[in-house]
Design a protein around this ligand. Structure first.
Ligand code: SF4
Length: 354
């Protein structure tokens, strides 16, 4: 089958330059899926060790589906964007319930799985099932926008269709998985956001923006989303050798992870005494000794900046440890629970646990 010259140059370059990664040349849809989900929002170097650990703990859909959510989240700890882990777990159960544990083999079935969007469905369908469906993610938007001088702002439904159709025109229908991976790899290794290495690019002579000297104009982006600042006051309640923790159920961030009971303020200037008063009142504690108040810890998420303080409260010996939703654990067992990175960082840096 004859393929476009651009595609030919791209695939030839990929064959000689692709990185040696653990999920490379793997077509097991389960492994492709896990690698793609890990690599969303995570750098390749950081993702490799997580990939190995995940595949070792859960080598197939059935073992993932049979795990508890605490086991899955614990393995994910430190990677952030925990909805990815919750969705993986949910989708594994879907595959067991609806397909007897066999990964579905059509794009339309794959995209119905929880947490799988257009990009991931296309990656799995093309790499594992040889279906000619273009994958479009941040790297690919960048490469295609420059290659074809596409001025439509990226990340909208309209631009997705535009880029998808443009890619469909040049996809190698006999090797769609290789084609998609080659575009991703070119975006990661050569067509960088800043200072693309055009001199090393196999597509240079076909690249519209390069030939027009307009690379810096692409990709076109919409205005940035404003970062929201939030103020968290965590209370480490210490009762002898026990401390209180709770599972976070709020739908905004870190759902399913464990944290210290906390209050949140919308203001930067809530006085620490007032925060303590509000908290102790909310949990009916009349008597507690403030052992320590931390400096402010700042933690950046994509659209949020968390400012956190940790307040250690010593509870009296005879106090009944009963607060709704709080479990009391040995301090040294804290590391067995999946914690947000902010809390993990605090307890380690402060020496609260080893
Ligand atoms: S020539 Fe430069 S801008 Fe064009 S695709 Fe290659 S690296 Fe990107």
């Amino acid at each position: 089958m004859k393929i476009n010259k651009t595609t030919e140059a791209l695939i030839e370059w990929y064959g000689m330059n692709k990185r040696d990664l653990p999920w490379r040349d793997v077509d097991d849809p389960y492994k492709v899926w896990i690698s793609e989900i890990i690599l969303q929002q995570t750098r390749v170097n950081q993702g490799i060790s997580y990939y190995y650990r995940f595949i070792e703990a859960f080598p197939n859909v059935n073992s993932l589906a049979a795990a508890t959510s605490d086991q899955v989240l614990k393995l994910w700890q430190g990677l952030g964007y925990y909805s990815r882990a919750r969705n993986l777990h949910h989708a594994a159960k879907q595959i067991v319930a609806s397909y007897g544990g066999v990964f579905p083999s059509t794009y339309d079935e794959i995209i119905k799985l929880k947490g799988i969007g257009q990009y991931t469905a296309a990656a799995i369908a093309s790499i594992s099932f040889n279906i000619a469906v273009p994958a479009v993610d941040g790297n690919i938007y960048r490469v295609l926008s420059r290659l074809f001088s596409i001025a439509e702002p990226i990340g909208t439904n309209t631009s997705y269709k535009l880029f998808f159709n443009r890619s469909l025109e040049i996809i190698d229908k006999s090797r769609p998985g290789i084609y998609n991976q080659a575009l991703m790899e070119l975006g990661a290794l050569v067509c960088h956001p800043q200072m693309p290495a055009c001199i090393d690019c196999p597509l240079q002579m076909h690249c519209s923006a390069y030939n027009d000297g307009t690379i810096t104009l692409f990709p076109v982006k919409n205005a940035k989303v404003k970062v929201q600042e939030r103020f968290f006051y965590y209370f480490i309640m210490i009762h002898g050798s026990k401390i209180g923790i709770r599972k976070r159920n709020e739908n905004d961030i870190w759902k399913g992870l464990y944290e210290f009971p906390m209050i949140e303020s919308s203001k930067a200037d809530l006085h620490i005494d007032e925060a303590i008063r509000l908290f102790t009142h909310s949990v009916n504690i009349d008597e507690a000794t403030i052992q320590y108040i931390s400096d402010e810890y700042r933690h950046k998420l994509t659209h949020r900046l968390i400012n956190a303080r940790f307040i250690h409260l010593l509870l009296p010996i005879g106090w009944q440890c009963s607060i709704d939703g709080v479990i009391w654990i040995n301090r040294n067992d804290l590391s067995n629970y999946a914690l947000p990175r902010l809390i993990d960082r605090y307890v380690k840096e402060s020496g609260f646990i080893d």
